[in-house]
Design a protein around this ligand. Structure first.
Ligand code: SF4
Length: 210
């Protein structure tokens, strides 16, 4: 099903990486798609806050950051299980006015987010969904990932979907709260718990303030 595009515009209040997570019991893999812009403005002349997915080339070209005034056209996401954003397939993307917001030295961190390769290099720790909503939606290091879970590797059609929140930021961030460990469902009612050591291992190469 294709959806027609509508015009949107507004002020950027968050830029975060657009990353998809695939899980199969204790295995996981990431797909680095681009960035999500959270906009305080209007979509099809309806005022509100909207999250719009863009590709990495668009972000590389425009270097979007919190405070920018931006406009474009986009279509509603068809499969909402696979995108954090509500809109994608952006065209006519335009930076109307560059932000004058001074880059934050304390969390939540603003400014231009790094390249996706940097996120990949940094690795992430799980982040409480509640903390993400209350503290981290404007931080370049926060990420809400759509997760596809294959329940049985011998029957890959059996899938479940959910969203998980992560932090790629400094381990010393005072706003950080891991929240409960996550369990990945498997076949025949089994599940695998992603223990704290997984996060420690994924970020062991970084200093506390890095
Ligand atoms: S916990 Fe992570 S995402 Fe949240 S403000 Fe700190 S660095 Fe940013």
């Amino acid at each position: 099903m294709t959806q027609s595009k509508q015009t949107w515009q507004g002020k950027v209040i968050g830029v975060q990486p657009r990353i998809r997570l695939w899980r199969s019991f204790d295995q996981r893999a990431h797909t680095y798609l681009g960035y999500n812009l959270t906009i305080d403005g209007s979509f099809a002349e309806m005022a509100g806050i909207y999250t719009i997915a863009i590709g990495k080339a668009a972000q590389a070209k425009h270097q979007f950051r919190v405070g920018d005034l931006v406009q474009g056209r986009a279509a509603p996401v068809v499969d909402e299980r696979k995108e954090s954003a509500s809109y994608y397939k952006v065209s006519h993307l335009k930076l109307v006015e560059r932000s004058h917001v001074v880059e934050a030295k304390n969390p939540p961190y603003h400014g231009v987010p790094p390249e996706l390769e940097t996120y990949q290099w940094r690795g992430h720790r799980r982040l409480s969904a509640r903390t993400y909503v209350s503290q981290c939606t404007r931080c370049i290091w926060g990420c809400r990932m759509p997760v596809e879970m294959v329940l049985d590797q011998w029957n890959p059609g059996q899938k479940r979907y959910r969203f998980e929140t992560f932090c790629y930021g400094p381990k010393s961030c005072t706003r950080y709260n891991a929240g409960p460990t996550r369990k990945v469902p498997g076949r025949q009612g089994m599940s695998w718990e992603e223990a704290d050591w997984v996060d420690a291992d994924a970020t062991a190469h970084r200093d506390e303030d890095e």
